[in-house]
Design a protein around this ligand. Structure first.
Ligand SMILES: [Zn+2]
Length: 58
Protein backbone atom coordinates (compact mmCIF):
# COMPACT_ATOMS: atom_id res chain seq x y z
CA UNK A 1 0.00 0.00 0.00
CA UNK A 2 1.57 3.26 -1.05
CA UNK A 3 0.88 6.44 0.82
CA UNK A 4 0.59 9.79 -0.85
CA UNK A 5 1.55 12.87 1.09
CA UNK A 6 0.07 16.23 0.21
CA UNK A 7 2.96 18.40 1.37
CA UNK A 8 1.35 21.71 0.48
CA UNK A 9 -1.72 20.82 2.55
CA UNK A 10 0.43 19.79 5.51
CA UNK A 11 2.45 22.97 5.37
CA UNK A 12 -0.73 25.04 5.73
CA UNK A 13 -2.56 22.71 8.16
CA UNK A 14 -0.44 21.95 11.15
CA UNK A 15 -1.83 20.00 14.08
CA UNK A 16 -1.65 22.33 17.11
CA UNK A 17 0.59 21.13 19.90
CA UNK A 18 -1.53 19.55 22.64
CA UNK A 19 -4.60 19.66 20.39
CA UNK A 20 -7.94 18.85 22.02
CA UNK A 21 -10.08 16.00 20.66
CA UNK A 22 -12.43 18.35 18.72
CA UNK A 23 -9.35 19.96 17.14
CA UNK A 24 -7.93 16.55 16.26
CA UNK A 25 -11.24 15.42 14.76
CA UNK A 26 -11.45 18.55 12.66
CA UNK A 27 -7.86 18.15 11.50
CA UNK A 28 -8.31 14.50 10.55
CA UNK A 29 -11.58 15.22 8.72
CA UNK A 30 -9.77 17.74 6.56
CA UNK A 31 -6.74 15.50 6.32
CA UNK A 32 -8.75 12.53 5.00
CA UNK A 33 -10.10 14.70 2.21
CA UNK A 34 -6.80 16.19 1.12
CA UNK A 35 -4.10 13.70 1.98
CA UNK A 36 -3.62 9.96 2.37
CA UNK A 37 -0.23 9.88 4.07
CA UNK A 38 -1.58 8.04 7.10
CA UNK A 39 -4.91 6.67 8.32
CA UNK A 40 -7.04 8.40 10.94
CA UNK A 41 -6.25 6.88 14.37
CA UNK A 42 -8.88 4.51 15.73
CA UNK A 43 -9.42 6.75 18.79
CA UNK A 44 -10.22 9.76 16.62
CA UNK A 45 -12.50 7.68 14.36
CA UNK A 46 -14.48 6.48 17.36
CA UNK A 47 -14.91 10.05 18.61
CA UNK A 48 -16.02 11.13 15.12
CA UNK A 49 -18.64 8.39 15.03
CA UNK A 50 -20.05 9.53 18.36
CA UNK A 51 -20.36 13.11 17.10
CA UNK A 52 -22.02 11.99 13.86
CA UNK A 53 -24.50 9.88 15.86
CA UNK A 54 -25.37 12.86 18.07
CA UNK A 55 -25.91 15.13 15.07
CA UNK A 56 -28.31 12.63 13.51
CA UNK A 57 -30.46 12.59 16.64
CA UNK A 58 -30.88 16.35 17.01
ZN1 LIG B 1 -1.10 13.71 5.40
Amino acid sequence: MKSTINKSWHSTHRMPKGASMPQRINWHLQHERHCQCRPTPELVKKAMERIVAKKEIS
